[in-house]
Design a protein around this ligand. Structure first.
Ligand code: CMC
Length: 430
C-alpha cells in the first residue's frame, strides 16, 4: 500500500532522491528504498535486518511494545483459548477462519495425507541411533521432494496447495518417527480418527504392548503449544524459507532450510536452555544468587527478553496457563522446577535490572517445563517447534509465490576485503 503524498528525501554526495513512504494496515510506515542505489549509488547497511522490512505480508502482525500478536487480525490469546490448530492452519493459509463445511473439508484433506511412503521409512534406519532428532528432521523433510514429484510445480497454485497440505499432514508422522527411532521403539502409524494433536501424542508415546489413553488436558495443551508456535512474522527461519523459495526451490527443500535455521540455539533452542537453567538453580532459595550472576553478566536469564517484544510476550501468558494445566493433569503441581520458575519470574519482574531493560518472560520460559511434564525429552523441544511452525513457513512461502512483485532475494554488502591486485607466481610471493 503506498501513500503517494508522503516521501522521505535523502541527500548524499550532492545527489537527492525522494523515497516513497509505504503504509501498511497498521504498524510503522516503511521507506521504500528500491530506487536508492539507482539514485545515489549507495546501499543501505543493516546487519541482522533490525530496520528492514524484507517483504509485504498479510499473515502476522506483532506490536512488540504493546505485547500484541495477531494472526490475520485475530489476537493469539483468543486463538489459543477458543480455536484449534487445524483451524489456525486454515486461517494462516487461506486468510479466514473456516465455515463448518470448509473446516470439515480442510481437516479431511490433512488426515488423508498423514501416511508416509513405505520406502520413506528406510531413511530413518540410515541414521545412527544417537542422532539428534533435528538432524533427522532436516534430512528427511528435504527428502520428501524425492517422493512427491506430482506437487513440485511451484507455478501451479493447485500443486502448491497439495504440497502445503502434505507438509502439515506428514510433519507429525515424521517428528514422531524421529523420536521413536531415537529411543529405539517401533514406529506407530497415524490414526486418522484422532485429532491432529492426539494423533501426534499417540505416535510418540504409544507402544504395541499396551493400549494408549491420553489425558484430554494433555491433548489440549499440545494443540495450544502448536497454535502458539504456528507463525511469528519474518523471524530467522521464516526469512530463510522465503529466501530459499525466492530462487524457485521446491517447497519441501525450502521447509528443510527453515528447519536447519530453527535448530540454532538463538532461535528454536531457547526453551531447552531455559529448562536447563531452572534445573541448575534447583530450589527457590538459590534465586538471589542466580539473579546476582545475571547482573554480573555471568549468564542470561533464559526465557526472558525478546528482540521484538519489549513487553510481556502474549504467548508466554498462555504458556504459563498450559503449564498449570499440564502439571495438574500429571499430578506434578508441586514440581520443584515450576516453583523455581514462578518465583524467578516474580523476582525478575520486580527487579530494576530487568524492568529498566524491558525484559519480560517470553514463550520459552514455561514451555520447557510443560513439554517435559508431557513426557518429551529436551532433544524433542525444537522438533515440536518445527512441526508447529511448518504451517507458518508454508503459508509465508505461498504468499510469496502468489506475489507478482516477488524477486530472487539478493542482498548486497559492504566490501572490506583487498582491492584488485595482480596474481604473483609462487616463487615471487614474499
Ligand atoms: N537476561 C539478562 N539480560 C538480558 C537478557 C536476558 N535474558 N536479554 C537481554 N538482556 C540485557 C542485555 O544484556 C542488554 O543489557 P545492556 O543494555 O546493559 O547491555 C539489554 O538487556 C538489551 O539486550 P539485547 O541483547 O540488546 O536485546 P536483543 O533484543 O538483541 O536480544 C534476545 C533478544 C532474545 C536474544 C535476548 O533477550 C536473550 O538472549 N534472551 C534469552 C534467550 C531467550 O529466551 N530466547 C528466546 C526468544 S523467544 C523465542 C522466539 O520468539 O523465537
Amino acid at each position: 500500500m503506498t501513500d503517494q503524498a508522503k516521501t522521505a528525501t535523502l541527500e548524499f554526495e550532492g545527489k537527492s532522491v525522494d523515497l516513497p513512504i509505504l503504509s501498511g494496515s497498521t504498524g510503522p510506515d516503511v521507506i521504500d528504498i528500491r530506487k536508492l542505489y539507482g539514485g545515489t549509488g549507495a546501499f543501505t547497511f543493516d546487519p541482522g535486518f533490525t530496520s528492514t522490512a524484507s517483504c509485504e505480508s498479510g499473515l502476522t502482525y506483532i506490536d512488540g511494545d504493546a505485547g500484541v500478536l495477531l494472526h490475520r487480525g485475530y489476537p493469539i490469546d483468543q486463538l489459543a483459548s477458543k480455536s484449534n490448530f487445524v483451524e489456525v492452519c486454515h486461517l494462516l493459509l487461506h486468510g479466514e477462519l473456516p465455515t463448518a463445511a470448509q473446516y470439515e473439508k480442510f481437516e479431511n484433506s490433512i488426515t488423508v495425507h498423514t501416511m508416509l511412503h513405505s520406502q520413506f521409512d528406510r531413511f530413518f534406519e540410515g541414521f545412527r541411533r544417537d542422532a539428534h532428532p533435528m538432524a533427522i528432521m532436516v534430512g528427511t523433510v528435504g527428502a520428501l521432494s524425492a517422493f512427491y514429484h506430482d506437487s513440485l510445480d511451484i507455478h501451479d497454485p493447485v500443486q502448491r496447495d497439495i504440497s502445503a497440505i502434505r507438509l502439515i499432514a506428514k510433519m507429525p508422522t515424521i517428528a514422531a518417527r524421529a523420536y521413536k527411532y531415537h529411543i529405539g521403539q517401533p514406529f506407530a502409524s497415524p490414526r486418522n480418527d484422532l485429532s491432529y494433536a492426539e494423533n501426534f501424542l499417540r505416535m510418540c508415546f504409544a507402544v504395541p504392548a499396551e493400549d494408549y489413553h491420553v489425558d484430554p488436558a494433555l491433548v489440549r495443551a499440545m494443540d495450544r503449544i502448536f497454535i502458539l508456535h504456528a507463525d511469528h512474522e519474518q523471524n530467522a527461519s521464516t526469512s530463510t524459507v522465503r529466501l530459499a523459495g525466492s530462487s524457485g526451490a521446491n517447497p519441501f527443500a525450502c521447509i528443510a532450510a527453515g528447519i536447519a535455521c530453527l535448530w540454532g540455539p538463538s532461535h528454536g533452542g531457547a526453551n531447552e536452555e531455559a529448562l536447563t537453567m531452572l534445573k541448575e538453580i534447583g530450589t527457590p532459595d538459590k534465586i538471589p544468587e542466580f539473579i546476582q550472576g545475571v547482573k554480573d553478566r555471568k549468564f542470561k536469564l533464559m526465557g526472558f527478553g525478546h528482540r521484538v517484544y519489549k513487553n510481556y510476550d502474549p504467548r508466554a501468558k498462555v504458556m504459563q496457563q498450559s503449564a498449570y494445566e499440564v502439571l495438574a493433569a500429571t499430578g506434578r503441581e508441586n514440581d520443584p522446577l515450576f516453583q523455581v520458575a514462578k518465583e524467578l519470574e516474580k523476582v525478575a519482574l520486580q527487579d530494576e535490572y530487568f524492568t529498566s531493560r524491558k525484559l519480560f518472560p517470553n514463550v520459552d520460559f514455561y514451555s520447557g517445563i510443560t513439554l517435559s511434564a508431557m513426557g518429551f525429552p529436551t532433544t524433542m523441544f525444537t522438533v515440536l517447534f518445527a512441526l508447529a511452525r511448518t504451517v507458518g513457513w508454508i503459508a509465508q512461502w505461498q504468499e510469496m509465490m502468489a506475489d507478482p512483485s516477488q524477486k530472487i532475494g539478493r542482498p548486497r554488502q559492504l566490501y572490506t576485503g583487498p582491492t584488485e591486485r595482480d596474481y604473483l607466481p609462487i616463487d615471487q610471493r614474499g
